[in-house]
Ligand binder design. Structure first.
Ligand code: NDP
Length: 327
């Protein structure tokens, strides 16, 4: 008999109300694929961009890019996973908000027994992002200073702890004093409430006028200018998200005027495209968690059928740390 799985699907871009739960047929995995039964799924801001249409999708489309569960079946040529094995992933195509799915195996990673399904679902996309930001985007060494926006968010709380574990001085920003305290408790050397303070001015004070080596900016439109102003000459601007809207087109000459700055706009999906690299990144992330250097904060849990409320909370800046959808 054909199996089905409850899956969150959109038929048009729009607000949280376009999220629908449907029963979708799932087949046996083909070559290079696995069938995975999820135990929990992760919520990420990219899901909001995809739902709203900032990142357009073909319709109808399932949503979600992060989950953890048990492998039920493997297709021809899959050698790193086997039925019954615990596994987790951050991966395209979207479709992780579901009970079970068939998907490419390359980015699905064996999950150590010491890491719970919930923690894995809460950290794969966010943690692999922190891994590439700190290890694969620009050289960073102990003592370097990084300005990291939304430091109390899902990616943010992992970044605060990761930076501390590598001896990097992370100056966070967040939207409330409570969020700032949380970021500092998790390893941020300082945290600026950018709703009440001019963060570029505060960075100048904290760094005694020098500026930071690197900015990691996932806020986009609202912070872009201030982020460039927070850099020291030859500094690196990593623009990796747009929670407040897309970064406006810039005159590239501004980088020269502000001190020969560098800029990059990376995405996780280029970094994990190669199977071997993806698995190595995951092992490094798992090592940080198993070693106690990074703790995964699951601060919100929603049942799958309340996914719209989860999106509302994330967009309204009401969440901290990670959010998971329970099955
Ligand atoms: P978060 O948990 O960090 O939530 C987003 C946070 O952004 C909010 O909590 C809020 O924190 C802040 N924010 C500032 N302005 C706005 C706004 N106008 N609307 C909504 N939120 C705002 O989300 P994630 O951890 O899932 O992702 C963090 C960022 O990293 C996202 O922008 C995401 O797209 C990006 N990302 C990029 C990847 C890449 O490879 N390029 C991969 C993974 C994530 P506060 O109230 O403190 O300001």
């Amino acid at each position: 008999m054909q199996q089905t799985a409850r899956t969150v699907v959109i038929h048009e871009h729009g607000g949280p109300e376009v999220l629908r739960i449907e029963d979708r047929a799932i087949s046996d995995p083909g070559p290079g694929q696995v069938r995975i039964r999820h135990q929990a799924c992760g919520l990420n801001f990219i899901d909001v961009y995809q739902r709203a249409g900032l990142y357009p999708m073909e319709m109808p489309h399932a949503l979600g890019m992060e989950a953890a569960g048990v492998i039920e079946a493997v297709g021809e040529g899959v050698t790193h996973l086997e039925p019954g094995q615990r596994a987790a992933y951050a991966a395209a195509p979207a479709g992780a908000y579901c009970e079970a799915r068939v998907m490419p195996a390359a980015q699905v990673c064996p999950l150590p027994d010491s890491i719970s399904f919930d923690a894995a679902a809460a950290m794969m996309l966010k943690g692999l992002t922190v891994e590439y930001l700190f290890n694969r985007t620009t050289p960073l060494k102990r003592g370097d200073t990084v300005l990291f926006h939304a430091a109390a968010g899902g990616v943010g709380l992992i970044a605060c702890q990761w930076a501390k574990s590598e001896g990097i001085k992370l100056i966070g920003t967040a939207g409330t004093d409570e969020k700032c305290s949380l970021a500092q408790f998790n390893g941020a050397a300082h945290c600026i409430n950018y709703q009440t303070e001019n963060f570029a001015q505060r960075v100048a004070e904290i760094t005694k006028g020098e500026g930071v080596d690197v900015v990691m900016d996932s806020i986009g439109a609202d912070t872009f200018e201030g982020s460039l102003d927070s850099l020291k000459p030859l500094g690196m601007m990593i623009s990796f998200g747009n929670a407040s809207g897309s970064v406006p087109l810039i005159d590239i000459g501004i980088l020269a005027k502000k001190g020969s700055l560098k800029i990059t706009r990376p995405t996780l999906f280029t970094h994990i495209a190669d199977h071997t690299v993806c698995q190595a990144m995951a092992r490094r992330l798992f090592g940080k968690v198993e070693g106690g250097e990074v703790k995964i904060h699951i601060d919100q849990r929603f049942p799958l059928d309340q996914v719209a409320d989860a999106h509302r909370a994330l967009e309204a800046r009401k969440t901290t740390g990670s959010t998971i959808l329970e099955l």
